[in-house]
Design a protein around this ligand. Structure first.
Ligand code: PLP
Length: 515
């Protein structure tokens, strides 16, 4: 029922007229006398709802790789609100909420096929950006300790020492890495994506590290890779990277916001081992796990490093200090081993975000998540195949920009032979309109400077309200790109191909009309 509703009846994003009406209905003053709950609810449902992008959790919202919200997770999220736990201080005699969070973090490692003991500490955050802030803060302290040859130096306590520059070397990092660098005192300008089109990332990295160690000024380094890169779905080849990081004393942060789930597919099983090589690891609950916002995931190899930043070496106020159980009947391992979340997290008072994630893991199981990931990747591959076919497809109008040699393994596509095939690597299709006579002039690169043709196509696609796509980055002078990111559990779910047809219909419709 939820599916049918979101599939056919609801515009994916709010129609213009509804936005205007809903925005005008927004109340401008705090009412002197409060409204009844029923009146408030009626206002929200009748006046506000139509102005929202109600299909954002539905099958044809393809922006931002942010998935949707599984029914079990939605229900648990409502319970989170009703129970209203404050997951801040570990209070084992009062509530098991910190234990449930701890257990959820372990279950996620199991799902990723990462040994539980790999990371000494984990935390649920408000999103991958929050997790990246924690990762770069840990990397900053480790890098400075290495540069000073002083393993007890605390940047959290004493700040960044003069004469040390920290830089972050990346492979096509997500924008949130720069935000994190800005927040933890590293600075955006010290984040640098290494060019490595002709040689492996590991070589580009080693060259950069060699060059910088001879400079007079002390340089401390953090390495960040994205699993996967948001425009293309590419994974950085980490072979040898851990080794290089060890040799140069460099912290390795893996930002696996959405791509961590790819390890569930046989062709990406190897990324589990790569994620396990990280010093710190980011993932997201509100992306491919399909739980509601705001749910991020973070792991760190060193509990001491993380807690020294967040708790400091000074005294913690008594009312916030971790309580260990005084109840002798509670002989449960977690009563003493779980640190208070306020010492592993940016926030102090926090929502019980573990509950929806825990519920989603139980409702899906490993196989359920394998199915979602496989279905989403197949959807992207089917769409890109259509865009590459000139005969009965979109090939005369579109050009797919992220085709790669992908190993096809058994089980993913029974009809295909084993071996390599050109296709999109994961769940993202990055494409642009061709610059030919078949394409309406409004969308052509030769008609406009810069990104305007592609931007016009994106605007027109989104104006249909039948799907939502976002701009992608390709290269500086290419005229821009459109990105379709498939990460919703519903997309193509028992629909006889209706979602894929709906996308093709919209694209065909725009290409056939010359404006
Ligand atoms: C989405 C994404 C982020 C940011 O995640 P939020 O949950 O939106 O904060 C960071 N890194 C990568 C690789 C992403 O895909």
């Amino acid at each position: 029922m939820i599916i049918d509703h979101l599939r056919s009846n609801v515009p994916v994003t709010a129609p213009k007229a509804d936005i205007v009406t809903a925005a005008r209905a927004l109340v401008n003053v705090v009412p002197e006398e409060g409204w009844s709950t029923n009146t408030v609810l009626a206002h929200l449902l009748q006046d506000i709802a139509s102005g929202l992008a109600r299909g954002a959790s539905g099958p044809r919202f393809f922006g931002f790789v942010t998935g949707g919200a599984l029914p079990a997770a939605q229900c648990a999220d409502i319970l989170t609100t009703i129970f209203d736990q404050n997951v801040q201080v570990h209070l084992p005699d009062e509530t098991i909420c910190t234990a449930l969070e701890h257990k959820t973090l372990l279950l996620i490692l199991d799902l990723f096929n990462i040994p539980r003991e790999t990371f000494a500490v984990g935390s649920l955050t408000t999103g991958a950006t929050g997790s990246n802030v924690l990762g770069l803060a840990c990397g900053r302290d480790a890098a400075i300790q290495h540069a000073l040859s002083n393993s007890s130096y605390s940047t959290g306590d004493d700040g960044i020492p003069p004469n040390i520059t920290i830089r972050v070397l990346t492979d096509r990092h997500h924008a949130s890495i720069e935000k994190a660098a800005a927040l933890v005192g590293i600075g955006r300008r010290n984040v640098k994506s290494l060019e490595h089109t002709i040689r492996p990332f590991v070589q580009a990295l080693e060259d950069e590290l060699k060059a910088s160690t001879v400079q007079g000024k002390k340089v401390a380094t953090i390495v960040v890779v994205s699993f996967a890169e948001v425009n293309t779905g590419d994974f950085t080849d980490l072979t040898g990277v851990r080794d290089v990081c060890d040799r140069y004393g460099v912290w390795l942060h893996v930002d696996a916001a959405f791509g961590a789930m790819a390890c569930l597919l046989p062709e990406y099983a190897h990324i589990s081992e790569w994620m396990a090589q990280a010093d710190s690891l980011t993932s997201d609950g509100h992306k491919w796990f399909n739980v509601p916002y705001a749910c991020g995931i973070f792991y760190c190899r060193s509990r001491q490093l993380l807690t020294s930043i967040l708790a400091g070496s000074g005294a913690v106020p008594a009312y916030l200090s971790t309580s260990h159980s005084s109840n002798e009947n509670l002989d449960l391992e977690w009563t003493t081993t779980v640190p208070s979340p306020l010492h592993t997290n940016i926030e102090n008072s926090r929502r019980f975000i573990a509950l929806p994630l825990y519920a989603a893991l139980l409702a899906m199981g490993r196989q359920g998540y394998v199915d979602i990931v496989r279905r989403n990747v197949q959807f992207a591959r089917n769409l890109s195949e259509w865009m590459c076919s000139e005969e009965n497809g979109g090939g005369k109008w579109f050009e797919v920009l992220n085709l790669r040699d992908v190993k096809v393994s058994e089980g993913t596509s029974s009809k295909e032979e084993q071996g390599e095939k050109k296709m999109v690597p994961l769940n993202v299709v990055l494409f642009r309109p061709k610059d030919t006579d078949d394409v309406p002039t409004a969308y052509r690169r030769s008609t406009h400077r810069g990104n305007k043709g592609t931007a016009t196509l994106i605007r027109d696609v989104n104006a249909t309200k039948k799907l939502y796509v976002s701009p992608g980055a390709y290269s500086a002078d290419d005229g821009g790109a459109v990105r379709i990111a498939v990460s919703n559990w519903m997309t193509g779910y028992m629909d006889d191909g209706a979602d894929l047809e709906a996308v093709k219909d919209v694209l065909r419709g725009l290409m056939r009309v010359d404006s």
